[in-house]
Ligand binder design. Sequence first.
Ligand code: RIB
Ligand code: CA
Length: 318
Amino acid sequence: MSTAAKRPTIIVDCDPGHDDVFALVVANHYANLVGITAVHGNAPLSRTLPNALIACDVFGIGAPVFAGADRPLVAPPRNAPHIHGESGLGGPELPPVRRAAEKTGAVEAIIELVRKHEGEGVWLAPLGPLTNIALALRAAPDLGKRIAGISLMGGGTLHGNRAPHAEFNIWADPEAASTVFNYGGPLKMVGLNTTHQVVITKEFVQRVSALGTPSAKFAAELLDFFSTTYGEQLGVYGGPLHDPCAIFAITHPDLFDLREKRVDIELHGEFTRGMTAVDERPIVQSKKEKPNALVAYEPKSAQIFELIYEALATSPSA
Ligand code: RIB
Ligand code: CA
């Protein structure tokens, strides 16, 4: 079993979204989760924000939640109801929202939290379109030097999902993604080439359900809905648990093979807008553009599911 390094300090930027919820659970369990910012994405912000608050309630997560951008920088807003349902969290009956979001907006919160926790080395973990992170980097040009790094779920080296060559989070706001990939500091990219090897099974859903607690029941219903809608897309039951992987790339980096690559965001291609153009040429590094990312490959999927199970089994509200 992989062992965690010292609990890193993390701000999660998310668009819950089924897999985002499991990322929040593992971030809360294996890291010092100091803030959660919501962004448009899988559903409009009017849903992803309450969904983040509901996830905190159900799984006993105490981090403050902040509202972020309700649309991309340039592109029109687009969501993914065919995967996540109209609510963004299809499957379980959603409880009423009991907690309130903070008054501060996401961009200001990211800047303030990074300054407050700078000595701890703060990681940003964006799990949705990169609008909030790009706006924060633009608003505070010193932000990039104050963070330990960014570990994002997005892109891929082989194929897209929302378009043949574009993964949803990058495709939904390519201009923001380009800002983030060029910010100049440490960046881990956990894309579809990796997350499509971390796929939910019926056995895992049953194991979670068998925990028998209200939060485990909620989790199992999320996993089943997501695996069913993904099953309609992929032809076989099972959703890839994308977003927790970007958290594990911070907390348990030895679960992946992280390779230095140059990654650029395609902004103009008729068929490739939103693509992560990863330089995979088999030529020596000195002849390529300088790398700007550690790209994740070869996830240890069985260990990842064990760590998720452990986090669910010991969830504070379990
Ligand atoms: O393409 C997968 C990503 O898009 C995940 O982050 C999922 O939650 C959606 O945002
Ligand atoms: Ca997401």
